[in-house]
Design a protein around this ligand. Structure first.
Ligand SMILES: CC(C)(COP(=O)(O)OP(=O)(O)OC[C@H]1O[C@@H](n2cnc3c(N)ncnc32)[C@H](O)[C@@H]1OP(=O)(O)O)[C@@H](O)C(=O)NCCC(=O)NCCS
Length: 155
């Protein structure tokens, strides 16, 4: 039986694999410098899922955001992806649960994200994880142009 996958922090050496995964899963493209600047931010939460052969098969990138009252903390998810051949096996859930654990440790009050309205697979995943649509954002995306949903859940 194969060993379970492990969650590890993202480091600069993994960025090429993240860009490739993003391409395979049609994520809005992030360049290497986007990941690098996120890595320098102490409020970032950047996790990868690796096989027992150290191959990256999924990742989640988000950040803690201090709210206007300077006390409450929210979080945003910018990217989550699992390589197509490893989807529908609980890997996205594993990444999200670990992200949630980091959020709980930091007393996060609410998590936000945006998603293309046509991305039924991701929307179903978020709804199963207690997210609800808060707003329709017209023409949020480019290439191809599309509306987006702003979704959130409380903790
Ligand atoms: C959204 C995404 C990250 C979910 O990842 P995933 O690994 O497929 O998610 P999971 O396997 O944890 O859950 C997906 C389904 O598999 C099912 N599942 C969970 N564990 C399972 C297992 N061990 N065996 C079989 N199925 C399982 C879940 O019940 C769930 O079913 P449902 O959504 O039909 O109710 C993935 O679809 C993805 O990478 N999409 C492309 C990138 C993307 O669009 N990202 C979001 C941008 S906003």
């Amino acid at each position: 039986m194969s060993k379970p996958h492990r969650i590890r922090p993202i480091e600069p050496a993994h960025i090429a694999a993240l860009i490739e995964l993003g391409r395979e899963t049609n994520l809005s493209p992030w360049a290497a410098h986007d990941y690098l600047s996120e890595l320098k931010d102490k409020n970032s939460i950047m996790l990868r899922l690796e096989t027992d052969e150290n191959r990256t098969i999924g990742f989640i990138v988000g950040r803690l955001i201090t709210c206007a009252d300077a006390v409450a903390v929210d979080a945003e998810i910018y990217n989550i992806a699992v390589s197509p051949e490893h989807q529908q096996e609980g890997n996205g859930q594993m990444l999200f649960d670990e992200f949630l654990r980091h959020c709980r440790e930091r007393d996060v009050r609410r998590i936000w994200l945006e998603v293309r309205v046509s991305n039924e697979q991701a929307i179903a995943f978020y709804v199963r994880n207690s997210f609800a649509v808060q707003q329709l954002r017209k023409d949020l995306y480019r290439a191809p142009a599309e509306d987006g949903f702003l979704m959130s859940r409380t903790l």
